[in-house]
Design a binder for this molecule. Sequence first.
Ligand code: ATP
Ligand code: MG
Length: 335
Amino acid sequence: MEKKDILVTGDRPTGNLHLGHYVGTLENRIKLQDQFDCFFLIADLHMLTTHNERVDELRLNIESLVIDWISVGLDPNNSCFYLQSLVPEINELTLLLSMICSVPRVQRIPTLKEKTSQLGDNENYSVGLLSYPILMSADILIFNAKKVPVGEDQLSHVELARELSRRFNSLYGYTITEPEPLISEFSRLVGIDGKSKMSKSLNNCIYLIDNQEEVNKKVMKMFTDPNRTSPDIPGKVEGNPVFIYHDIFNQNKAEVDEFKERYKKGKIGDVEVKKSLAKNINVFLEPIRERRSQLKKNRSEIFDIIIDGSTRARKLAKENIDRIKDSMKINFKEI
Ligand code: ATP
Ligand code: MG
């Protein structure tokens, strides 16, 4: 069998996944899982970089993340689902890479700047947060990954991993594969508030776990064209969340076009457009819900999947860290 390139990507177990995750990453992963040897990371250590107090919820979050993954169609028999903390070689590599990475270099990462400024007091963030970009590089480099799917906003992380692999190789001899980003087309799905991207912490999400009534309620509340106080006022379609969602989740393109035409002429009410949208989101979520309820009946299987995946990931990580330490001449096995 032909050997496939390794691909690494993953999520932090910080809560349930939503439609933004689906269109932003999950849909792409489903397509990539046959093409590549995929390693899907459950990044529990990354959760600690910003939520060090939330350890009680970790186990449940890890379980629900894996349930979300499988229920949308990621296949643990085909790809490797692994838990970061069960592969300690990642930490070992993080430390080694931190020796060849300068502090200003990580401080230039835009996402780190964003995170530290969100915390308010810029002086008051952990070393763990400062070094999370190096941990992320180690997540990728430990497997000699060739591809890393990312949105534009995450590119700087892959750029650091590329730089560190080059620096390592030029210092110690060619050992680590230089990864490449696989840029996904879809950018950001706006939340139901119409203001910012759908995000757990902004309370503007439709979750994959939401039931029919929850979806109906959320869609009915969804922001539309604020100038349209009655159905006979011509409305704006561009940038209108209800139509952004219709374009993604309504498979009947002719119906969407017809809604748009009538909306622009003031010949359809928001309620009709929203009812159809809610129906279509529910049609999309139904098979996901079914798979979820099957999985929930067999919860112990979920941790078996994680253990199996982590064991496989660790085997490869051990081989690679050995090579890396050999190159660095710090592999004193006989002592
Ligand atoms: P938090 O509010 O805790 O930041 P979140 O809901 O924004 O949570 P993240 O864990 O930050 O979710 O997102 C992980 C990844 O999922 C992002 O890097 C991005 O690729 C994708 N993603 C998240 N939200 C969206 C969205 N609204 N549209 C497209 N992609 C998204
Ligand atoms: Mg976020």
